[in-house]
Design a protein around this ligand. Structure first.
Ligand SMILES: [Zn+2]
Length: 311
């Protein structure tokens, strides 16, 4: 039997209200209270690690996502030149403690030296995996037991992520890529930063393997390597071509999206080493973000006076 007009209107209004209240119910809204609580807990952890010179409250933090344990995924932006953005990522593995110090300290340093970003845009996400960082003891993987550097939706993920985890990593839980790619809020967070800011360069910090590694537009990797060889010599920090993995950032950003992606592996994961590492790597970090990138897509080139022509 056909519904009369009033019944139809009633059903329509009911569905309309249901839809919008449900959307409200599930929509995520950042709250100052939640952010402040997170910053306070981070401040306390910094003190516990002896990182006394970090001033978290002097930085304007933003967040639009939380982890599965409801911790804010924070980042900060300096400068407004959208065509020259660089993204810094730290604490991707939650037990690589000095990476978090170096990027928090770097955020304070950038804030105090505005000339550094006047013609740029610098995005710093110092703690991509807060659940791993705050775990007792701190852990590489996130709260769901997933290695965030194996969870990016790269083209080879479906075919190879599990295979490599089983064969090369012997199902070591530290490298578990997850049931499906892009399953984690922390992965989506990094993808959203890349998508929103379209950085030309990414510097991702890890520890404790102690080397530089890089991925990027294949047409220009040679000159990138030559630049990095010089930096490596100057800083007495080796350069290794580590390669990339299914679901890794180097693969997703460097290989698939032609973004110059520099991995700085610090030589130790000891939190007390933070100050030493900041002092040692401040210069190459600044050199990296001062590199000028010219051209587009796979024709990207960077210019730097110190690069010698190919032999
Ligand atoms: Zn790592």
């Amino acid at each position: 039997m056909a519904m009369n007009l009033f019944s139809k209107i009633f059903v329509f209004i009911f569905l309309f209200l249901l839809f919008f209240s449900a959307e409200k119910l599930f929509a995520f809204e950042p709250s100052a209270k939640e952010l402040n609580e997170f910053i306070s807990s981070l401040e306390k952890q910094c003190k516990d690690y002896g990182w006394k010179d970090i001033k978290l409250n002097e930085i304007t933090w933003e967040y639009y996502r939380v982890t599965s344990q409801k911790r804010s995924l924070i980042f900060t932006i300096f400068g407004g030149n959208k065509s020259n953005c660089i993204l810094f990522l730290g604490g991707v593995h939650g037990d690589e403690l000095p990476t978090v110090y170096v990027l928090l300290k770097f955020a304070n340093y950038i804030k105090d030296n505005p000339a550094l970003f006047k013609d740029k845009c610098i995005i710093i996400a110092p703690l991509v995996n807060p659940d791993g960082f705050f775990a007792k003891p701190s852990q590489r993987v996130n709260a769901n037991g997933i290695d965030l550097n194996r969870n990016f939706p790269t083209h080879d993920w479906q075919a190879s992520a599990w295979l490599q985890w089983e064969r090369k990593c012997h199902k070591n839980k530290r490298y578990y890529p997850g049931k499906k790619p892009g399953s984690e809020q922390e992965t989506l967070f990094q993808m959203a930063l890349i998508n929103r800011f379209k950085p030309q360069k990414i510097l991702t910090m890890h520890s404790p393997l102690g080397f530089y590694d890089f991925d990027g537009p294949s047409s220009d990797l040679d000159s990138f390597e030559r630049w990095l060889e010089e930096v490596s010599k100057e800083t007495k920090h080796p350069l290794k071509k580590f390669g990339y993995f299914p679901g890794s950032l180097g693969n997703y950003a460097g290989h698939e999206r032609n973004i110059f992606t520099l991995t700085l592996e610090l030589p130790s994961s000891e939190p007390v080493k933070g100050v030493e590492f900041f002092n040692k790597f401040q210069s190459p970090i600044i050199k990296f973000f001062n590199l000028q990138i010219i051209g587009k897509q796979q024709y990207l080139k960077f210019t730097n006076e110190t690069i010698k022509p190919a032999q």
